[in-house]
Structures are given as structure tokens and as C-alpha cells.
Write a protein that binds this ligand. Structure first.
Ligand SMILES: *Cc1c(COP(=O)(O)O)cnc(C)c1O
Length: 379
């Protein structure tokens, strides 16, 4: 098989969107002709459809994933469940957007190390980070892998800690929940979850969008009010809120794509299975398959000590790759002072060895070609 000049992009949103073009245009026309652009029936229907899909009792459509996280935390503050200065345990290996709302609201992020197996927060170690000031734990389901352990999470919950899921990367993933009928969707595991519809996410809008899922009707009502200037009814502001609403047109687009999400997920899983079966280079560590869960491969992340040389090797043969994330949050210019005394060795080692392979656009034969290019890599 020739492995010259593949010309495989890392991600091509035009290509991933084109199968939906006709129905997206119909949806746009529907919204334009309705004359209703915010807080209308498209948003209400999408909220219901997403809640049903994930198995969460309440859903509030919001402006983006970061705002969804902020609204949940601020909602708990308004409800008296969180207070300024409280500690929130969060994974050190995440996208910085997970942490920004914690900091903005005057809460204290306590960064805990990732598991070398899941790359998510190491749940076996999370209890070491609990102090009398801890009030919440943020579970980020990174790269499409659920961050969940029923027993440990129940224990955290029993200690009175709030569990917030950052489910920006793992919509449609299933976590093993042996105590509750086998498995459950991420987003319906903890007390509340944030979802992002940023265009590159597994369920992407044609612009920004997000959602809050929760089993708590009080939190849902608080988030809904906060996202609408803090109004619980017209001209009646009970909070100093935000403008964090989801657009009708984005809701209409998402309603086109949601029914296809399981099929899109299966396609990603087929490509991941090809990589898993065919990448055999001992210099490259494939992602671990987590028993009992459905991983949805927002990113297919391999590890290699010679990461930069492997990237170059792939690039020379026309295969684009990416790194999620080359600089961990605690090393970013805006946060490094805050975390300068922290030793986050595993996260830093990961940042030097991770490499994301293309997955959103590649077909089976391209996945085989990429695997053999990787197997040819000599270090
Ligand atoms: C994308 C992402 C966010 C932020 O979502 P936006 O919709 O871009 O605001 C938060 N956390 C994680 C892990 C993400 O990947």
C-alpha cells in the first residue's frame, strides 16, 4: 500500500456538515419564517429531545459550554450550596475552559492528577485531595471517555460533595453503572452536567451553543433565570444574571443533527476500532479501552515519547494531527502564578507525549493507511 502524500486533514467541518446541508437549510428557513429567534419552540423542543436522549430530567439550552459550567456553579452559589472560597477538585489534564468559571466565580480549583489509563481525573486518588473546604468535584469526560466509577462517585456524593460533569467532549458516551441497569449516559451521572455544541464537538452547532443537564428542578430553574439576566419572570430580576441563551436557529440545527448522533458515534467507534487493531508500533501507546463503557472518541489520542518526530513523520506523508493539549492549564500565562508551587508531573509528561489522530473525517481505508504509517515510524 502506498503511504505517500495522503492529504488527510485533521478535521474538515465542511465535509462533516455537508450530509446535513439540505435539512439544515430547511431548518434555517423554518426559523426565519417563524420570526422567533430566541426562547421559542425550537429551543424548547431541543431541550426536551436532548434530555430524553441523555436520560436527564431537566435540560436548559445555553450559549456555550463554558457558560454552561459557569451557570451550574453560579446556580449552586445562588442556592447556597457553594460559597466563594470553596474548593472544587478538578482534573489537571483538561481544556482550560473547564477551570475558567471556577476561578471567575471566586471558587478555588484544586488540580488532581489524571489516571494513566483513562487520562481522566484519577478517581482512585481523588479522595486524597478532599479538605474541609471541598464542596464539589468536577468530572471531565475528556476525549470521549467517561470519567466515572459508581462506587467512588457514590462515596463522594455521600460525603456531601456536588458532582459536576464537564461533558463537552463526550455526549452519547455511556458509563458503566452496574448498580443502575448497566450503563448510563454521561451528562446524567452527577448532579449537573455542561454540554458544548462548539462546531468541532461530537454534536456540533453552526456556531456556539451549549446545554445544562440536571436532575434538580431547582437548579434548572435557577440556571434558566441566570441565563436570562436573572429574571424568573418578565421584568422581575431575582439574580444579577447573564445573557447566556441558546439561539433558536442553533437549536433548530441541533434538532437536525441529534437524531443522527448515535450513527455518527458508531462511525467514530469503527474508526477507533481500526486504529486499535492495526497500530502495533511498540513506540506508540494506544488509548485504553474502558470495560463496560461506550467511548465516543471525540479525540483518538495516542502517546509516544518521540511525539514531535512522530507528528513530523505523519505530516511528511500528508496526515495532519493535533495535540490536546500541548500546554496544560496550570502552565498557561493566566494561571501559572496561581499554580507555580504545584507538582503536576503526570499531566506535564502527558502534555509532551499526547498526539491526536484524525478521526472525524477519515474512512476505514484511510484509518488503515494511517495505522501503517505509524507502524513504519522508527523513532
Ligand atoms: C469545548 C470545551 C469546553 C467549552 O465549550 P465551549 O462551547 O467552547 O464554550 C469546556 N470544556 C471542555 C473539556 C471542552 O472540550
Amino acid at each position: 500500500m502506498s503511504t505517500e502524500n495522503q492529504n488527510i486533514p485533521f478535521l474538515d467541518l465542511k465535509d462533516t456538515t455537508s450530509p446535513y446541508a439540505g435539512r439544515l437549510i430547511e431548518a434555517a428557513v423554518r426559523v426565519i419564517e417563524s420570526g422567533r429567534f430566541l426562547a421559542g419552540s425550537e429551543t424548547a423542543l431541543f431541550e426536551q429531545e436532548l434530555a430524553d436522549y441523555c436520560g436527564a430530567p431537566h435540560c436548559v439550552g445555553v450559549s456555550n459550554g463554558l457558560d454552561a459550567i459557569r451557570l451550574i456553579l453560579r446556580g449552586w452559589m445562588e442556592m447556597g450550596l457553594l460559597h466563594e472560597g470553596d474548593e472544587v477538585i478538578a482534573p489537571a489534564n483538561t481544556y482550560i475552559a473547564s477551570l475558567l468559571p471556577i476561578i471567575e466565580l471566586g471558587l478555588r480549583p484544586v488540580l488532581a492528577p489524571p489516571s494513566a489509563t483513562t487520562l481522566n481525573l484519577d478517581l482512585e486518588r481523588v479522595e486524597e485531595f478532599i479538605t474541609p473546604a471541598t464542596r464539589a468535584v468536577m468530572l471531565v469526560h475528556l476525549y470521549g471517555t467517561p470519567c466515572w466509577d459508581e462506587e467512588i462517585c457514590r462515596r463522594l456524593h455521600d460525603r456531601g460533595l456536588l458532582l459536576i460533569e464537564d461533558n463537552a467532549q463526550s455526549i452519547s458516551a455511556l458509563a458503566a453503572t452496574p448498580g443502575l441497569s448497566g450503563s448510563r449516559h454521561t451528562g446524567a451521572l452527577g448532579d449537573a452536567a455542561a454540554i458544548s455544541f462548539y462546531p468541532t464537538k461530537n454534536l456540533g452547532a453552526l456556531g456556539d451553543g451549549g446545554a445544562v443537564l440536571t436532575s434538580d428542578s431547582n437548579l434548572a430553574a435557577t440556571v434558566r433565570a441566570l441565563a436570562n439576566y436573572g429574571c424568573d419572570r418578565r421584568y422581575h430580576n431575582i439574580y444579577t444574571g447573564y445573557n447566556n441563551r441558546l439561539d433558536e436557529i442553533q437549536a433548530a440545527f441541533l434538532r437536525v443533527k441529534l437524531p443522527m448522533l448515535d450513527e455518527e458515534t458508531e462511525r467514530r467507534r469503527e474508526i477507533a476500532a481500526i486504529y486499535d487493531a492495526n497500530i502495533t508500533n511498540p513506540l506508540v501507546r494506544r488509548p485504553d479501552i474502558i470495560a463496560g463503557s461506550r467511548q465516543v472518541w471525540h479525540q483518538y489520542v495516542v502517546r509516544c515519547r518521540e511525539r514531535d518526530r512522530l507528528r513530523e513523520h505523519l505530516a511528511e506523508r500528508g496526515v495532519a494531527t493535533d495535540i490536546h493539549y500541548a500546554v496544560p492549564p496550570h502552565r498557561q500565562p493566566c494561571l501559572r502564578d496561581r499554580f507555580e508551587h504545584e507538582s503536576l508531573r503526570i499531566t506535564e509528561e502527558l502534555a509532551h507525549s499526547l498526539i491526536s489522530l484524525p478521526i472525524a473525517n477519515v474512512n476505514a481505508s484511510q484509518a488503515l493507511t494511517i495505522s501503517s504509517i505509524i507502524n513504519d515510524f522508527k523513532g
